[in-house]
Design a protein around this ligand. Structure first.
Ligand code: GLC
Length: 554
């Protein structure tokens, strides 16, 4: 009976029927315009990515997520799609993409595309046609209100009415920027006095659903391994509790996808795993957005919930950060995800400041943070460049709708050649300016230094695959008390195997007294000058050097 309970617990993290490769996966996110330029125009492309596959493989990662590569109006970094069935010429052709997938697969690497489900570009043929008349093929792919109601179930929707001179005007509903009209997946509880509000199973939304499945089928049948779905929570309008949006995914898209492509992955950008995993997604992110922030861990100058925590993040040398806000939110999501899918904290992404920023540029600190990302449960996501400490460029000019996000979308730094090997274009043609510092870190330099962050990241990825207790499905428990946040100690456990991870991002030695444990662990990894674990009279004492991370195995 006991043994059976243990087996059930060990498997509890997994969603039944999830893709077989997922619990061993480590993702690498690539912003395609910024990774490698192969044709000398200053912008990265697909053949460029293909030429770096051996490097990607060397990291130990098993999957790539590509930000959008579709034909785009480029008013939002590719998230304003003109043609969902074509690769943008700046990146190459559909054939180049298929070739990339083949070459990645030959190395055991999966390829996942971005799927912008909630909105297209206002330059798409669908939108152009829809804006003309109400009875054409794509007319109901978009929503054309005749007036702005004074109030509504979701007040934020009223701010998304965009004034237009188009014949279908005077308004359309957008999803993000004005150039991104919302695709029509219907309304929760349509108001009969608002003729533009079709129910979720109305003719427009039904046609739209067919089209979205076509898009998914088109690319899956070309060999890709799944999608990261942009703003996945945004589909059904006026759906305040998300019940209709969850139902739409659960009873239609994710159900259909799982049946057709059982080995394909669906990753939500929903920022609320308790909802998205219920909707049938395999993974959701826990990062910068809304209250589900990990901002109190990593962001400078942001307040936690109710402003009760300092604006200094936890992963800072000063040791003035806290864990409570993050812990409460993370623990809630972690518990909600058991048996349903994975909560993932990425090392960064294309929407917020890089890990290597402001007060956190020292490789020792970056190693502590990367230890966290690569020893937490859920599937790890490494944002390209974080493995070498690619630095946020606060001076990067807004580029193609990035606003303040250009500084984290900077081109990769490969070697000592012109433009750090990213591109042969003249420097003023480089997509986003690179760090001009002559001492900037590059892959080449990092390869030569046995103590580099790059080598350390590789060792962590290896350790994670070797030690099941550090893996995606192993359980997680914070062992150190919340009122003494440094060092943070958590336990990972799978079957009989058990590890403690000890993190001290501060510039001072940190120590902690824990309840006595019958076992005596040994150090199996980390980045530290010293870390001791001793049984003393009052409990178990851990002392760890400044800016250090240690992995202990019982
Ligand atoms: C997502 C993307 C972001 C984009 C937005 C609108 O949040 O990550 O880059 O601007 O959706 O598509």
């Amino acid at each position: 009976m006991m043994a059976l309970a243990a087996v059930c617990l060990a498997a509890a993290a997994q969603k039944p029927g999830q893709p077989s490769w997922l619990s061993e996966a480590v993702f690498y996110q690539i912003y395609p315009s910024s990774y490698q330029d192969s044709d000398g125009n200053g912008i990265g492309d697909i053949p460029g990515i293909a030429s770096r596959l051996d490097y990607i493989k060397s990291l130990g990662v098993t999957a790539i997520w590509l930000n959008p590569v579709y034909v785009s109006g480029w008013t939002d970094g590719g998230y304003d799609i003109i043609d969902y069935y074509q690769v943008d010429p700046r990146f190459g052709t559909n054939t180049d993409l298929v070739e990339l997938v083949k070459q990645a697969h030959a190395r055991g690497i999966k390829v996942v595309m971005d799927l912008v489900a909630g909105h297209s570009s206002d330059q798409s043929e669908w939108f152009k046609q829809s804006s003309q008349a109400p009875d054409l093929r794509y007319s109901d792919y978009y929503i054309w209100p005749s007036f702005i109601p004074e109030s509504g179930p979701d007040p934020s929707l009223l701010r998304k009415f965009v004034k237009t001179d188009a014949p279908r005007g005077p308004y359309y509903i957008k999803n993000f920027f004005d150039t991104q009209p919302a695709l029509n997946f219907g309304f929760a509880n349509p108001d009969p006095s608002h003729p533009w509000e079709q129910p979720v199973d109305g003719p427009g939304p039904t046609a739209m659903r067919r089209e979205l499945k076509n898009i998914m089928r088109f690319w899956m049948d070309k060999g890709i391994d799944g999608f990261r779905v942009d703003m996945a929570a945004s589909l059904v309008k006026n759906d305040v509790d998300k019940a209709e949006t969850i139902k739409l995914w659960k009873e239609d898209f994710t159900k259909w996808f799982d049946e057709e492509y059982p080995e394909g992955v669906l990753i939500a950008e929903w920022f609320n795993p308790s909802q998205s995993l219920e909707a049938g997604f395999d993974i959701d992110f826990f990062c910068h957005d809304g209250q589900y922030n990990y901002s109190t861990l990593f962001f400078y100058g942001r307040r936690g919930r109710d402003g009760q925590e300092p604006t200094v993040p936890y992963f800072d040398q000063s040791g003035r950060g806290g864990l409570q806000t993050w812990y409460d939110l993370y623990k809630f999501q972690y518990d909600a995800a058991q048996g349903k899918g994975y909560v993932c904290m990425p090392s960064g992404n294309h929407d917020f400041n890089r890990l290597c920023t402001e007060g956190r540029t020292d490789p020792a600190q970056l190693k502590v943070a990367m230890t966290f990302f690569l020893t937490m449960p859920g599937v790890p996501f490494i944002y390209y460049g974080d493995e070498i400490g690619l630095k946020q460029n606060p001076a990067a000019p807004p580029t193609e709708g990035s606003g303040g996000r250009a500084g984290c979308r900077i081109p990769m730094l490969w070697d000592g050649s012109a433009n750090a090997g990213f591109s042969t274009a003249p420097i003023d043609k480089i997509y986003i300016p690179q760090d001009p510092d002559p001492n900037r870190m590059t892959v080449e330099k990092a390869e030569e230094d046995p103590n580099s962050l790059l080598h350390y990241v590789r060792s962590l990825v290896r350790l994670r695959t070797q030690v099941k207790a550090l893996g995606t499905d192993a359980s997680w428990r914070l062992v150190s008390p919340l009122d003494q946040p440094y060092p943070m100690v958590y336990e990972r456990k799978q079957g009989d195997e058990r590890c403690y991870v000890v993190l001290n991002p501060t510039g001072r030695t940190a120590q902690i007294l824990l309840p006595p444990d019958p076992g005596t662990p040994t150090l199996i990894g980390g980045s530290y000058r010293s870390c001791t674990y001793r049984h003393i009279r009052r409990g178990d004492a851990i002392v760890i050097s400044p800016e250090s991370a240690a992995i202990l195995k019982f």
